[in-house]
Design a protein around this ligand. Structure first.
Ligand code: ZN
Length: 176
């Protein structure tokens, strides 16, 4: 949840077109931004997954803190939403083999990375990738991936980036 206030908007937009989503929530930020009611509302027709307690890069903290982040956020979301929390997203996409082991032990059935532009099914449920991701700091990744995969114009052109409150359309085709 990098842009918390857009989650409701996003959930409503998905609903309008008959889609459901998985919203990964970092619990401390949810409390700080007073978004408990929003998250409860979203969970009525979407999946809510964990995005840790404090959104630290799991590669940069000791393993016992990784364990805390995984268990505490899962427990807290389950208590709050009265539903099982089975999905997890790695903050900043940071993970390795040991972290995956902890994710499995904590009882999650899947985990999302920040690998973009995948249009295939993921063989490993703990290394899920995404087709598109929209947040400012992936700008360079987008260009890199778009160039690497020779993405067609229709896929890349409508890519929208929200940055500093200004909505910008990125015409990445220029970089292909
Ligand atoms: Zn995040």
């Amino acid at each position: 949840m990098t842009l918390p206030k857009y989650n409701i908007k996003c959930a409503n937009l998905l609903d309008k077109y008959g889609f459901k989503g998985t919203f990964y929530i970092d619990v401390a930020r949810m409390y700080k931004a007073k978004l408990i009611e929003d998250v409860k509302h979203i969970s009525e027709w979407n999946e809510v997954g964990s995005h840790t307690m404090t959104h630290r890069n799991l590669l940069q903290i000791p393993l016992e803190e990784v364990t805390y982040e995984l268990y505490a956020s899962k427990q807290e979301l389950e208590r709050l939403l009265n539903k099982e929390c089975l999905s997890f997203a790695y903050p900043y996409g940071g993970y390795n083999k040991n972290i995956i082991q902890e994710v499995v032990k904590a009882g999650y059935s899947s985990a999302r990375t920040t690998t973009h532009f995948n249009t295939m099914l993921d063989p490993d449920p703990y290394r899920l990738s995404v087709t598109l991701s929209a947040y400012p700091h992936v700008y360079r990744d987008i260009i890199k991936a778009a160039t690497h995969f020779h993405l067609p114009e229709f896929l890349v052109k409508p890519y929208i980036l929200k940055s500093g409150g200004i909505l910008r359309n990125l015409f990445l085709i220029n970089y292909l």
